[in-house]
Design a protein around this ligand. Sequence first.
Ligand SMILES: *Cc1c(COP(=O)(O)O)cnc(C)c1O
Length: 360
Amino acid sequence: MKQEWLRKTIRSFTPYKVPEIKEHIVINANESPYDIFNFPDVKKDFLTRLAKLPSYHYPDPFANTLRKALGRYVSAEYNEILAGNGGDEMIQLILNTFIDEGDTILVHVPTFDVYEIDGQVLGARIVKVPDSEDFKREGETFLEAIRKWQPKVTFICNPNNPTGDIWPVSLIEKMIQASPGIVVVDEAYMEFSGQESMISRLHSHDNLIVIRTLSKAFGLAGFRLGYCVANADIINAVSLTKPSYNLNSFTQLMGVVALEHSEEILKHNVPPTIAVRDYLIERLRTIKGVEVFPSAANFILVRTYDGPRYVKTLSEADICVRSYGNRADLANCLRITATTEYVANKILKVFQKEASHEDC
Ligand SMILES: *Cc1c(COP(=O)(O)O)cnc(C)c1O
């Protein structure tokens, strides 16, 4: 293939390689350890309705039944919601709606890589505000950057992936007020934070979009179901670039069923995950040579004296975690998903063993 056939903005991209995972305990993608089909009522409701789903019909292009269910879940109107194939599709649609070539996108780093990648495809200028050394995001620094760069779109990941840092609603509101453009608050992990969602502030701001997903707290990553919440005119605008039938019938149905059982699912999935996260943080903090950062999500970020060595020993213990290659800002860091107590204890054993090696 001729290189010049490619759009200019992606010619320097390197192919996305997913390394083969050999380990059996996979905690590198912040997935839930809980299968939705283990809730007998959810399974029964889904399968019963699935059997009646007419396969020859296109799905509802605006997923109205699902949007109404999501609206009840987040206390918003259905026309203030757009549903799609994961938070990932929302990010893409939002940028396709608001970004022209050369426009500025502001992000704090480290954060979720998709904002930058999708922005680059469109030829945007990506301005990055680095965290402090201990992965705290300085509110005042970010506010200054908003004032200085006047970004068309600003991304705030809250709680932040991969650091776990969370900003309070009041601070994010200041950023929204200071922004000349759109502010996207990505709340993929909000259910684990115990904090109020920005969705409650939607009607006070005409430039706020909140992204949510059922991938994490609901354990539905495989079904691909995310959504954004914003004022209706923003939802209409973002819908302009949406593929007509973006969300398949199967996923729409699962979303409706999962949300009908949301209380049961979240009560089962979220508190134990938070307990394991806090247990891991507490115990890892007692281990020499390991820096543990606070987290409001279902994962924790740790920094060790030798990242690759920990990745290797964890792998030998059959555990796959997320590491960051040669990225300077995340050097020697690992992101560990909080799942079950059993897995947490296995992780702790590896860290304790490594720490005792360091001593000799
Ligand atoms: C997981 C995640 C998402 C969304 O994931 P989907 O599976 O596409 O819904 C969005 N933002 C962040 C920061 C995430 O970690």
